[in-house]
Design a protein around this ligand. Structure first.
Ligand code: ADP
Ligand code: MG
Length: 472
């Protein structure tokens, strides 16, 4: 398609001038026929490229404009051209500026954000998307088992090349790094492929823009903007669930871009099929490409994130020092959300530079008491019993039951010990959950484990593993 347009560019001559004049005349007729607004939006961006055998070739800035013109104005255009003396029976609309084909002329008469020639400097910065956080880059993103797939997919899409996964759908709980990854992709694409137009918006922004455009009768500008980008990223798409007309518009934008082989990246707090009040057709479109989830963080990832952030702090201020077991403690205790983890570290850092000495575990616990309390994962006694029974391969009923053989008694004591350590239950309460045992039996069990753990490395290992299982 681009080649045809270029070839015609080379044959400009008298006939072309004639065509330009006829087109200008036809435009006058069209202006009054379709109305000024329609004219400016749809007709003015068209550019005559050649006329032969009754076929008028017009270039269009985007496929969307082309589709719209074909559906709504083709007949009027043909008629007005005939009136202007051009022998036109049919239109052939071609895209003026296919992706990556920068040499093709961009036939735009009105200022058009889709045309890089109209916008000096960094094209991407002129797209009115939501702001990108400069800290959210691939460099600062710590990769671990729970997010490695999402990270790899994001990298792959940011590298560009043939559109691999479209859309890329990232989902996961709050604070697991969805927005971070999306910003990282946007930054990376801007850096490595500055010619591409990357638009990142939160779904909320998308909706507000849409509503605004409706109110100000600028809906065509809105459509044009969102359909003219090379990469569209919509964050937290669950937000538009239940908002019908926004969904409708999103659906059309989505289709138009996929049609043009433009890359789409979506994030949500849950899988496409689990977003309530999202139309089925949208759900199914969202599943076309690659759907990857960010799993809840594990201990190693949390520790990795803490160490990375701590290194960054220390690069700024080498006097700050935190005992190594503090980071391990935090990675162990704060399991919900990376944002909370970061908040804790930031506070710790501020505290450390205030007190001017190494932050010990005690100081950290003091300084973060409130955060730690909230983050305390509420493990239930039942959960502990179940996990311990699984681990030792015994039946749950035997764990609670009266049998006292050693193969059952030891796991039972381990479960008692963990119940004491990980829950806020009182000893009598724990006793009740262990088949109505007396609280002194619980004390005995807890002591037994405490006693054994220093001399029995296998038991110590079991406990470490179980704690981890129960806290993630
Ligand atoms: P989400 O959008 O999934 O709710 P964010 O991307 O906003 O989460 O992440 C919350 C915070 O946690 C951000 O400050 C982000 O930089 C940080 N974060 C999350 N995951 C990672 C990671 N793997 N490495 C480094 N920082 C992370
Ligand atoms: Mg987010």
């Amino acid at each position: 398609m681009g080649a045809a347009v270029e070839a015609m560019g080379g044959t400009r001559g008298g006939r072309d001038t004639e065509l330009q004049v006829q087109w200008a005349t036809a435009c006058e007729g069209l202006r009054s026929r379709v109305g000024r607004n329609n004219f400016v939006t749809w007709i003015e961006p068209l550019q005559p490229r050649g006329l032969s055998e009754g076929v008028l070739r017009l270039s269009v800035p985007t496929r969307f404009v082309g589709d719209w013109v074909t559906r709504h104005f083709a007949q009027s255009i043909v008629e007005e051209c005939v009136r202007a003396g051009a022998d036109v029976t049919r239109l052939d609309l071609t895209l003026a500026r296919p992706r990556g084909d920068a040499d093709t002329p961009a036939p735009v008469q009105v200022p058009d954000p889709a045309d890089p020639a109209e916008v000096e400097g960094d094209v991407a910065d002129d797209l009115p998307g939501s702001p990108l956080d400069p800290r959210f880059t691939f460099e600062s993103f710590v990769v671990g088992k729970p997010n490695e797939l999402a990270h790899a997919a994001a990298r792959r899409v940011a590298e560009g090349g043939p559109v691999a996964f479209n859309p890329l759908f990232l989902y996961g709980g709050v604070g697991l790094g969805k927005t971070h990854l999306m910003h990282a992709m946007a930054w990376e694409i801007r850096r490595s492929q500055p010619g591409l137009r990357v638009l990142y918006v939160s779904a909320e922004q998308f909706m507000y823009r849409f509503v605004d455009a409706l109110r100000n009768k600028q809906i065509m500008d809105f459509k044009q903007l969102f359909r003219s980008v090379d990469v569209l990223m919509v964050d937290d798409v669950q937000f538009i669930a239940g908002k019908e007309s926004t969904q409708e518009e999103f659906f059309h934008t989505f289709n138009a871009l996929v049609d043009q082989r433009k890359q789409i990246v979506i994030s949500a707090d849950r899988a496409p099929g689990e977003i309530k009040d999202l139309e089925d057709r949208i759900t199914s479109r969202l599943q076309w490409g690659l759907v990857v989830d960010l799993h809840p963080t594990d201990y190693e990832l949390r520790l990795g994130i803490l160490q990375t952030k701590m290194d960054a702090f220390r690069a700024d201020d080498p006097t700050v020092s935190v005992a190594p077991d503090v980071l391990e403690f935090l990675a162990h205790k704060i399991t919900t959300n990376v944002r909370v983890l970061e908040g804790a570290l930031t506070r710790l850092h501020a505290f450390a530079s205030l007190v001017g000495r190494e932050i010990t575990l005690e100081l950290a616990q003091d300084c973060l008491a409130d955060i730690l309390r909230v983050s305390e994962r509420r493990v239930t006694i039942e959960e502990i019993q179940r996990k311990v029974a699984e681990h030792y391969n015994i039946r749950l009923s035997d764990m609670i039951g009266p049998k006292r053989v050693r193969t059952l008694a030891r796991p039972r004591q381990v479960a008692m010990y963990l119940a004491k350590e990980l829950t806020a239950r009182s000893l009598p309460e724990i006793g009740r959950r262990f088949g109505g045992r007396d609280h002194t039996t619980i004390i005995h069990g807890v002591r037994k484990v405490e006693e054994l753990v220093s001399s029995d490395p296998q038991l110590a290992e079991d406990l470490r593993l179980l704690r981890r299982l129960l806290s993630s």
